[in-house]
Design a protein. Structure first.
Length: 187
């Protein structure tokens, strides 16, 4: 596969399904070598499986691209480090980070448990921070890198039953603005 991203290395979290899968496939079609990260959980964060990450990596390879699967959890500091390390160890660098990983635990705020709140913020907000933090040090050393994060209309307008999700996505928006200022002239 050739294209405008030839010789670039991308990490995509949540790449086993949905938007993340589409991003990983598009990056590969444009020539990027892709680390396909997905913890492989159900929409609510239960039942982890490495299957989705490996399936998408196989799909990229079958189409003539280069990819490696990674099933670490973005919500864990060391897991996020290992995601980024996969790119460095396998492909020698990281040029692009796209953070699509996410779960939902919808519940009206008056019924939401602390665990439902914590789980969603851990994957969306902490997971985005963890991955950005580990990737940006390499990008600064290279003096090159691109980071793409995902927010949601739920952060701007609110959705019933999504206090956790909307808050996490709003936090990602703020994190992204600060990261852009912190890294703007260095990566």
């Amino acid at each position: 596969m050739g294209g405008m991203l030839a010789d670039r290395v991308a990490v995509v979290t949540g790449a086993g399904r949905g938007i993340g899968r589409g991003v990983a496939l598009a990056l590969a079609a444009s020539g990027a070598k892709v680390v396909v990260n997905d913890y492989g959980v159900a929409l609510d964060g239960s039942a982890p499986s490495a299957g989705p990450a490996f399936d998408v990596a196989k799909e990229i390879i079958a189409a003539g691209g280069e990819a490696v699967a990674n099933a670490e959890s973005v919500s864990e500091w060391d897991g996020a480090r290992r995601i980024v390390d996969t790119a460095i160890e396998r492909f020698g660098r990281i040029d692009v980070l796209v953070t699509c990983a996410g779960i939902v635990r919808d519940r009206m705020i008056f019924n939401m448990s602390e665990a439902e709140w914590d789980a969603v913020l851990a994957v969306h907000l902490k997971g985005t921070f963890n991955c950005v933090r580990h990737a940006c040090t390499h990008m600064r050393e290279q003096r090159y890198g691109r980071i793409v994060t995902f927010s949601s209309g739920a952060a701007l307008f609110g959705n019933p039953g999504q206090a956790n999700y909307g808050s996490a996505k709003g936090g990602i928006s703020g994190l992204t603005k600060v990261a852009a200022r912190d890294l703007g002239g260095t990566a």
